[in-house]
Design a protein around this ligand. Structure first.
Ligand code: GYE
Length: 314
């Protein structure tokens, strides 16, 4: 294959490309698939050495990891930034050391775009809007009257993560066009199943009339589903509460097939090969697109989920 030929070439040239990956953590199925994608792509057979760091969802750990990568004189730094802000100082240090930084999975907010070479991620605002449009269509299909109040709660991701900000804002854009939608509460569940469950339990105690849960990732939805059942309620297409989430990992397909989850908005974690392609282009001195959004779709219980699931890689 082309890739084998490429790795043969780089082996002959004796050049291993060293990549430091500052990963967010291990908070979700999505994250596990993302880590796997990097660990299987950046292997010696492909001409790489991967230095992997798990920051346990803490920015300070990521900053430390980046400084370690700089000290080790890696060839490239890949950063999946846990939050959007606070990167300028450490990315300037990488720039001063002449090490290109590729942002993967999430974005940053900076006044200086030269601090990163490229960004590959999902379009989170669009994902949030897709969730909103899905709900519009679903309510229409159920013949819900335009003036019937729809009570919604949101389990947000890590506050300040671009995946949280975009999904929250995108959904809010659609909510603004639906006068009967009522956002009862939004609270972070840190993108984890256990936190999602905990927050949903407290929502269910506070409000007895929840119609819809928007969980900003699948794992929080799984926690929410457990909380709903424990409270003696039902969810999914035939239940009391509609549940919408993001990522579309394998377990989300299982939850939809089981009739617990209504829909999951797709977000691809398979960034390893995408980042490798960027690095290969940079190695050849080619220019790369600064911002690359991955094309994404959504899945719901009206589809042939068994079939789609069997064809998916994560
Ligand atoms: O949705 C969530 C993970 O940044 C897109 O992070 C990623 C999000 C993903 O913890 O499951």
């Amino acid at each position: 294959t082309k890739e084998e030929a490429k790795s043969e070439e780089s082996k002959e040239a004796g050049k291993t490309i060293v990549v430091g990956y500052a990963q967010v953590g291990a908070e979700s199925d999505w994250r596990t698939a993302n880590t796997e994608s990097f660990k299987t792509t950046f292997v010696p057979e492909n001409g790489y050495e991967l230095i992997f760091n798990d920051a346990q969802q803490k920015q300070e750990n990521q900053i430390k990891a980046i400084r370690d990568f700089i000290q080790q004189e890696v060839d490239y730094i890949v950063l999946a930034p846990v939050v959007e802000t606070g990167w300028d100082t450490v990315l300037q240090e990488a720039k001063d050391a002449g090490i290109p930084v590729i942002l993967s999975d999430r974005m940053i907010k900076t006044s200086d775009d030269s601090l990163y070479t490229a960004l590959v991620c999902g379009d989170f605002i669009k994902e949030g809007e897709t969730a909103g449009h899905w709900l519009e269509d679903y309510l229409k299909s159920k013949n819900v009257a335009a003036d019937e109040k729809i009570n919604i709660v949101t389990l947000q991701g890590t506050i300040g993560a671009s995946a949280q900000v975009g999904r929250t804002d995108g959904f809010a854009n659609v909510l603004a066009n639906n006068a009967n939608w009522n956002m009862l509460a939004k609270q972070t569940g840190e993108f984890t199943q256990s936190k999602g469950q905990e927050v949903m339990e407290s929502f269910l105690k506070q409000f007895d009339d929840i119609d819809v849960v928007v969980a900003e990732n699948d794992n929080m939805a799984f926690g929410a589903i457990d909380a709903i059942k424990a409270a003696g309620k039902t969810c999914g297409p035939d239940g009391d509460i509609t549940v919408i989430s993001f990522d579309a990992v394998k377990a989300a397909f299982d939850a939809m097939i089981a009739g617990d989850l209504n829909a999951s908005i797709e977000c691809s974690p398979l960034h390893g090969p995408r980042v490798a392609e960027i690095i290969q282009k940079l190695e050849k001195g080619e220019t790369v697109d600064k911002i690359q959004y991955v094309d994404e779709s959504y899945f719901d219980t009206s589809m042939d989920l068994e079939k789609i699931k069997s064809e998916r890689a994560y």
